[in-house]
Write a protein that binds this ligand. Structure first.
Ligand SMILES: [Zn+2]
Length: 102
C-alpha cells in the first residue's frame, strides 16, 4: 500500500500554499506599482519593441510583423501613456514574469 496519508497530503498542500503566497506577495508589489502609482511613475522606463513600441511584443505575447528584426528601446511611462498602444499592465508584465520564473 502507498504511504500517502492525510498528513503527507496536508504537508504537500501547505508547501504549495506557501509557494503560491510567496508569488502572490511579489505580484502585489508589482501590481501596487502599476495600479496605485502610475501617475508617479511617469519617469519610470519600460523596455518595448523599437518597431511597434509595445512591451507585449518585446515579451513575445503579441509579436508584430517586424519582431524578428526588432530591437528594444526604453520608453518612459509618460510617453507610453500618450501613445496608448496597449494596456499599462503589459508594461509591468515582464516584472511579473521575472518574479514568477525566479
Ligand atoms: Zn514589435
Amino acid at each position: 500500500m502507498s504511504d500517502i496519508t492525510k498528513e503527507t497530503v496536508a504537508a504537500a498542500h501547505a508547501a504549495c500554499v506557501d509557494e503560491a503566497e510567496a508569488f502572490h506577495e511579489e505580484s502585489q508589489v508589482v501590481l501596487a506599482k502599476h495600479f496605485n502609482t502610475l501617475a508617479e511613475l511617469s519617469a519610470d522606463t519600460v523596455t518595448v519593441c523599437d518597431k511597434c513600441l509595445t512591451a507585449s511584443c518585446w515579451w513575445g505575447e503579441l509579436m508584430c510583423e517586424e519582431a524578428q528584426n526588432a530591437g528594444t528601446v526604453e520608453m518612459t511611462v509618460e510617453e507610453l501613456t500618450k501613445l496608448h498602444r496597449e494596456h499599462p499592465s503589459h508594461w509591468y508584465h515582464g516584472e511579473l514574469k521575472e518574479a514568477r520564473d525566479q
